[in-house]
Write a protein that binds this ligand. Structure first.
Ligand SMILES: NC(=O)c1ccc[n+]([C@@H]2O[C@H](COP(=O)([O-])OP(=O)(O)OC[C@H]3O[C@@H](n4cnc5c(N)ncnc54)[C@H](O)[C@@H]3O)[C@@H](O)[C@H]2O)c1
Length: 454
């Protein structure tokens, strides 16, 4: 047995340990992943069992959780303790090698910089994958994951759960029904990094080298990122603010708050992006995200839809108040204005939460526009199950990598613009390159540490 393995389960255990005694009396047909076949539970492995991994595991707890991988047994404890039937690993490569035949599907909920290596390793073995948002840490990785999902024909879902909500569907349908006319402008904002679930930004790299916690395998946590000594300023969760690991406030919230406009307006890829940021000191700008930024994107006309200017505000900066927004009301921590020539939609995060036509026409309380998009059972709480159904042969999950990839690219283009700053970068999505900046092109594809392949 490998060093990583803490507990064992018999091969092909279809039911959790607690349920298996009762199940033993039942005749079990061969396991077929047909949608409503009896007893057709998925064998799921999770990479990242704490933090968001734990939240995802709770939503698929009716399936068989056969393996859990976490580089930190303390951080992953919640998921590990809840699933004593699962075999536990520290290294997902070992888990996938050892349990290849026992795993049908994999949930990836590690920090952003290890999404690609984990999701790719799973898909290359034909596993279905649910991967947290943003889909990856670089544009090159996003394209790789999309291509792999197509090649291996596996069911995928990106973890922006708001995409399964009823509100985002209502928002799209209202726009398609002409509720606010033609849209040429979008403003979105986030109160992070300092707001909400805050994380450190505008920092130099720490010089002290505190001991690595006994429960953490730091080398595996780093994964493909260049080596640096451990520091509690990075993990858990603080990695968001560091360029090598996270994608800042934009990566934290953009996949949620830009999703409604991306879907409704079929935004696709922008042709330019430019960021103004608070970063002034080179030592700080080389390591962490800015305290505050404004990022401007331009999207071309798409069929009958006019060009769109999208502006992202973060770090407490806010867009100008559109005319119909009552002056005495705030904007909330995270949200967007979708500005049409006949009206303005305002919504919050996670699937157009609280979507209304300003000043106060709440879409969900009024005569709905014609239904154009199928609903997901359970709304945003049903996002993981939407993927489970797709894994079992149901319709593709609505936030598959085919959708989540291009949405993530908008985020990652903004991240590159923040690093170059004060320069309008012209993007050729088809060629996957900037036409006016070699420096920006350097940031499209990461350089992995020895031992990891891209
Ligand atoms: N959809 C949402 O609403 C939502 C909310 C929070 C986080 N997220 C996303 O989920 C991901 C994880 O975020 P988090 O806040 O849970 O981070 P975290 O730092 O709390 O880490 C999550 C877990 O993964 C483990 N881990 C780290 N690297 C690993 C590796 N290489 N292999 C196996 N396990 C590893 C950690 O030990 C921890 O238990 C991020 O991509 C984040 O953007 C999404």
């Amino acid at each position: 047995m490998r060093e990583e393995t803490k507990r064992t389960i018999p091969r092909r255990t279809f039911m959790g340990a607690a349920a298996s005694a009762a199940f033993a009396l039942t005749v079990v047909p061969g396991r077929v992943l047909g949608q409503d076949a009896p007893g057709n539970k998925l064998n799921i492995a999770a990479i990242g069992a704490g933090g968001r991994g734990w939240a995802n595991l709770r939503r698929v707890a009716d399936e068989n959780i056969v393996a859990l991988c976490d580089v930190d047994l303390e951080q992953g404890k919640k998921g590990i303790d809840k699933h004593p039937e699962a075999k536990v690993y520290r290294d997902f490569r070992v888990m996938l090698d050892e349990m290849d035949k026992d795993i049908d599907a994999v949930i990836v909920a590690t920090p952003d910089h290890t999404h690609y290596v984990a999701a790719m390793a799973a898909m290359e073995r034909g596993k279905r994958v649910y991967c947290e948002k943003p889909l990856a840490h670089s544009i090159y990785e996003v394209r790789g994951l999309m291509a792999a999902a197509r090649k291996h024909k596996v069911a995928t879902q990106m973890g922006n759960q708001g995409h399964s909500s009823d509100e985002i569907r209502l928002c799209c349908e209202a726009i398609w029904n002409g509720a606010i006319g033609e849209v040429r402008e979008i403003h979105a904002w986030s109160n992070r990094p300092p707001g909400g679930f805050s994380f450190p930004v505008a920092m130099r790299r720490p010089e002290d080298t505190p001991p690595v916690p006994e429960t953490l395998n730091w080398d595996l946590w780093l994964g493909p990122a260049q080596y640096r000594p451990y520091h509690p300023a990075y993990c858990p969760r603080y990695w968001r603010g560091w360029l090598d690991f996270g994608t800042g406030a934009l990566g934290d919230y953009g996949c949620h708050t830009l999703d409604p406009a991306f879907w409704a307006l079929k935004l696709g890829a922008p042709i330019s992006v430019e960021a103004n940021t608070t970063h002034f000191e080179p030592e700080v700008a080389a390591e962490t995200y800015p305290v505050a930024s404004i990022i401007r994107y331009e999207f071309p006309a798409r069929g009958d839809l006019p060009p769109v200017k999208l502006t992202w505000f973060e770090g407490g900066l806010l867009p100008p108040r559109p005319e119909p927004h009552p002056p005495h009301k705030g904007f909330g921590g995270n949200g967007a204005f979708i500005i049409g020539d006949k009206g303005v939609i305002m919504h919050g995060s996670h699937g157009a939460g609280g979507c209304k036509i300003l000043p106060d026409y709440k879409l969900e309380d009024n005569e709905p526009p014609p239904k154009a998009i199928e609903r997901v059972e359970g709304g945003k709480d049903g996002h993981q199950q939407d993927w489970v159904r797709a894994c079992k042969g149901g319709r593709p999950a609505s936030g598959s990598f085919e959708y989540g990839g291009p949405l993530t690219e908008i985020i990652l283009l903004g991240v590159i613009a923040m690093r170059i700053k004060n320069e309008k970068l012209i993007w050729d999505a088809e060629k996957m390159e900037f036409t006016n900046s070699d420096e920006a092109n350097e940031l499209v594809k990461p350089t992995y540490r020895e031992g990891w392949t891209l």
